[in-house]
Design a protein around this ligand. Structure first.
Ligand SMILES: Cc1cc2nc3c(=O)[nH]c(=O)nc-3n(C[C@H](O)[C@H](O)[C@H](O)COP(=O)(O)OP(=O)(O)OC[C@H]3O[C@@H](n4cnc5c(N)ncnc54)[C@H](O)[C@@H]3O)c2cc1C
Length: 419
């Protein structure tokens, strides 16, 4: 079957790889000159099924107000006259009940756990390398109140069968020895030994090469302008600045830019860009750097070892599609990494980056069929697109081949929004 994939981030590229392996004729359209140059470029590097949870949860509205008042705030909202932003925000608030949280988390964990298994199998099959490490992740608590507050998370982890360790201050040090130098700054942590880390950009680029070797055609520098359709045939072509492209099936994997292209087809996709920032610091003293990911719970900033670099990522900013690099966000990231790993690297040599997380209000991505038979969606992966990429690719390849995916698709498609 001929399949056209729109977008070559980690999601579109993963879908392309699995489809090619299943014997389909695949073309990928991408506006950038190479894969993974937008949101999949500089993320925090966590492959973290253990942390797969929606941002919308009980108590979050009150916490959000507190966060916005902090000096190094994890949440920034730019008041704008953007109806899509307000609609998305209201829908997120409606998802802040205990019942919705559990439902949404269950859906996310289902895909994220499956995705980690797919990633392991992919590594074993291909030997793909991307500065990967399999040393778990550590959520670090600076206050006793945060440590005591893990009880609720632990219940959820137990119920989902996710392995975990609650650690006191000394207990964290064997996993992250560099923290010994600053141990008065925290009281303990929650470790998820099953989590992994790695460079999403390197992974996507390497996977694109494997996909190409398996027969995928990548068309870079192609700006997608519209998806043409008619009532009888469904999608008939994709219009771009380089002409029209046609196929038997079409997969939209355009991250935050997906809703605008499917809206004219009558699909209302509540995916909104949630801006985040990262810095990448060259390591100067390996003993002073993190071993894996340390997630600072106070500032919601993740500090990850990626080969000879430290990636520091965080902040959720609602400001539409603006990609400006705000120096205040950089200050927060520098503050966290120099506070916890003062000897690891010199932040003056860091590069600064921003990307737009394609977020749904319920945290769960939108993967699979639409009511247009030859159109499928793979977007809305929000904070966890790197974590969920391999599983998404595998599920999409199975669906397109007409096979039942290995996980239940309940609650993962656009049908949950009536789309
Ligand atoms: C600061 C930050 C930290 C993060 N940390 C983590 C983490 O630790 N773990 C994790 O799992 N996830 C993390 N994420 C989330 C993760 O990076 C995203 O979910 C993921 O990259 C989304 O991938 P995607 O392929 O859907 O989107 P993208 O990577 O944005 O890909 C979409 C592609 O579509 C192309 N495109 C868009 N419009 C057009 C058009 N009109 N024509 C042609 N091409 C077009 C774009 O160029 C782009 O390449 C983080 C995100 C941020 C911002």
């Amino acid at each position: 079957m001929q399949v056209l994939i729109l977008g070559s981030g980690v999601i579109g590229t993963s879908v392309a790889y699995y489809l090619a392996r299943a014997g389909h004729e695949v073309t990928v359209l991408e506006r950038q000159p190479a894969p993974a140059l937008e949101t999949s470029f500089g993320n925090a590097g966590e492959v973290s099924p253990g942390y797969s949870a929606p941002w919308a949860g009980p108590g979050v509205p009150v916490k959000a107000i507190k966060w916005m008042l902090m000096q190094h705030s994890p949440l920034v909202v730019k008041p704008m006259l953007d109806p899509a932003m307000w609609r998305w925000g209201l829908s997120m608030l409606r998802n802040c009940t205990q019942a919705r949280y559990e439902l949404n988390k269950g859906r996310m964990v289902r895909l994220a756990e499956y995705s980690r298994d797919c990633l392991k199998a992919l590594r074993a099959d291909t030997g793909i390398q991307y500065d990967e490490r399999m040393q778990g992740t550590l959520q670090l608590f600076r206050t006793q109140q945060q440590l005591d507050g893990t009880a609720k998370d632990v219940e959820v982890l137990k119920a989902s069968g996710v392995p975990y360790q609650v650690l006191d201050r000394e207990g964290c040090l064997p996993y992250e020895p560099a923290l010994a130098a600053v141990k008065e700054k925290f009281v303990g942590g929650l470790r998820l030994p099953g989590d992994e880390t790695g460079d999403c950009f390197k992974f996507t680029q390497a996977l694109a090469r494997l996909a190409e070797a398996a027969g995928v055609t990548f068309r870079f520098g192609v700006n997608i302008q519209a998806i043409e359709h008619d009532a009888a045939k469904g999608v008939t072509a994709v219009r771009t600045d380089k002409g029209k492209f046609t196929a038997d099936r079409y997969v939209v994997a355009l991250g935050s830019y997906s809703p605008a292209l499917v809206r004219p087809l009558g699909i209302d996709l509540p995916v909104y860009p949630v801006k985040g920032f990262s810095i990448t610091v060259p390591i100067t003293d390996a003993d002073g750097a993190p071993e894996s990911t340390v997630m600072d719970e106070t500032f919601k900033v993740a500090v990850t070892r990626l080969g000879d670099r430290i990636r520091v990522g965080g902040t959720a900013q609602l400001s539409g599609f603006d990609l400006a690099l705000n120096p205040r966000r950089r200050d927060t990231l520098e503050h966290v990494v120099t506070d916890l790993f003062p000897k690891g690297g010199n932040v003056r040599d860091a590069s600064f980056w921003t990307g737009l997380r394609p977020m749904t209000p319920d945290g769960t991505p939108v993967v699979g069929a639409t009511r247009i038979p030859n159109l499928m969606l793979s977007t809305g992966h929000g904070t966890l697109g790197w974590t969920m990429a391999a599983g998404t690719g595998r599920v999409m390849a199975d669906l397109i081949a007409g096979k039942a995916p290995e996980i239940d698709m309940e609650g993962l498609t656009v049908a949950r929004y009536g789309g």
